[in-house]
Write a protein that binds this ligand. Structure first.
Ligand code: ALA
Length: 461
């Protein structure tokens, strides 16, 4: 009875909120997907995965991680169009599995997005610092490196977070316009790389193709999975899309297909132009071109990487604020956070608080294994979203489903199995961090959420 009530409460969540403004077109949403997906993954992790786990077969790692992501994307597309809400996997878990499960997923999503934005901010500051050095404007280490690695504060990382917080506070349409411009630069950069690299391929570099065997390919898939994260953030835009039931599923699936193709082409070319074992560097894509003597092109790629990382931060930061909004509207986080500014139509309180948290992490903490932590949290959320599709088809067959994923339950089951399999490829230490964070979340729920959770009739509309 209690579970039923909770499910009803989630299904009955307002799919519209009068204060968030519906201004995002299908094109905006698809570009936001590409903005969130292409970033540190392809510009950095391709090199790391090729050199340390997969060799030239990193291209297969990309295909495998892409297929796992596509199963999950189809599940996200169905639930975004039918359950709606701005809480993404949190809202779907609420509808399918009840409040406690929803909170655990939401809590892990908060970690995933916080760490993703912080890590990318640190990567961004590294690229900008390199660019400034190349332009003979070196910044002192004390303001570009965190205190644990020999500096005082990573001020560049803090700077970009302040800038993005201001942009997100001003309004979602403005943020989407900014995103569109930068995504264009990012895609042009990749096109430049593909054109130049195609003329430099030496097939010798693809031998041996599987230097680390299939185990390496699978570990590579778990690592480069990071490159696909971001399409899930689109599902938080349901309340701000003009035609959410069409544009959110379309945006999720099309942006993922485009990015998968790009990744397979880029990783294939990258391992074809230089020996795979030389790619374990901070900026492998531009480094490879520099080594082949394409100095200007190397510089252009570095600029494109900076652009790419900027939109990843923007859209993931956006997703973080909307999930926080959904959780606080339910009362599981302080309800005062859920206030939407009537002029900008944005949740400024949440943006400011998350901005401060991200800036503190990015400015002061060295993040070595954050990508793996982000991956495990996301894979767990994807598993629940796939499970949520099956659960809701059983418990709420009458729910209108403008988009239905094909071949149910085959696709969601394959989605769950592939996400769980990729989770198992991650190191034990990542699992421990994930388990500890989840346990802290459960304690927070019983100390705060359970007693503050709002009944259906008191929900903020
Ligand atoms: N997919 C995003 C990136 O690669 C998180 O940076």
């Amino acid at each position: 009875m209690f579970r039923k009530l909770l499910r009803k409460k989630a299904i009955g969540q307002p799919s519209t909120n009068s204060l968030l403004r519906r201004s995002l077109s299908t094109f905006d949403i698809t570009l936001m997907g590409i903005g969130a997906i292409i970033g540190a993954g392809v510009f950095v992790l391709t090199g790391v995965a090729a050199a340390t786990t997969a060799g030239p077969a990193v291209v297969i790692s990309y295909a495998i991680a892409g297929i796992a992501s596509m199963f999950a994307a189809l599940a996200y597309a169905e639930l975004a169009a039918s359950v709606g809400g701005s809480g993404s996997a949190y809202s779907y878990a609420y509808a399918g599995f009840g409040e406690l499960m929803a909170w655990i997923i939401g809590w892990n999503l908060l970690l995933e997005y916080l760490m993703a934005v912080s890590t990318v901010a640190i990567g961004w500051s590294g690229y900008v610092n390199n660019l400034l050095e190349a332009m003979h404007i070196p910044l002192p280490a004390s303001i570009t490196i965190d205190p644990f690695s020999g500096g005082v504060i990573n001020l560049l990382a803090v700077f970009i977070i302040i800038l993005l917080s201001i942009l997100l506070s001003i309004g979602i349409k403005q943020s989407a316009r900014f995103n569109a411009v930068i995504v264009f630069i990012k895609l042009m950069t990749i096109a430049v790389f593909v054109c130049v690299a195609t003329t430099e391929v030496n097939v010798i570099n693809w031998h041996p193709f599987f230097p680390f065997g299939w185990t390496g390919v699978m570990q590579g898939a778990a690592l480069v999975f990071f490159a696909y994260i971001g399409f899930d953030a689109l599902s938080t835009s349901v309340e701000e899309a003009i035609n959410p039931q069409y544009s959110v599923p379309f945006g999720i699936i099309i942006s993922l297909i485009i990015c998968t193709l790009i990744y397979i082409i880029v990783s294939g070319l990258l391992t074809g132009i230089v020996p795979y074992h030389t790619l374990n560097v901070r900026s492998p894509v531009s480094d490879a071109l520099l080594r082949l003597g394409h100095t200007t092109m190397g510089g252009i790629i570095a600029a494109g990487a900076i652009a790419g990382l900027t939109t990843v931060m923007l859209v993931m930061f956006y997703g973080l604020t909307r999930i926080c909004l959904a959780i606080s509207r339910d009362g599981l986080l302080p309800i005062a956070l859920a206030r939407i500014n009537p002029e900008t139509h944005t949740p400024i309180r949440i943006i400011v608080i998350s901005g401060i948290l991200i800036a503190l992490i990015a400015g002061f903490v060295p993040i070595n294994h954050a990508a793996e932590l982000v991956n495990i949290g996301t894979l767990a959320a994807f598993t629940f979203v796939c499970g949520g599709v099956m659960m809701l088809r059983l418990t709420h067959p009458e729910l209108p489903r403008p988009f239905r994923l094909p071949l149910n339950p085959l696709i969601p089951v394959l989605g769950m199995l592939s996400c769980l399999y990729l989770m198992l490829q991650l190191p034990a230490i990542t699992w421990w961090r994930f388990i500890i964070w989840t346990l802290i979340g459960i304690v927070v729920y019983f100390l705060y959420g359970l007693s503050h959770s709002l009944p259906l009739d008191k929900k903020i509309k």
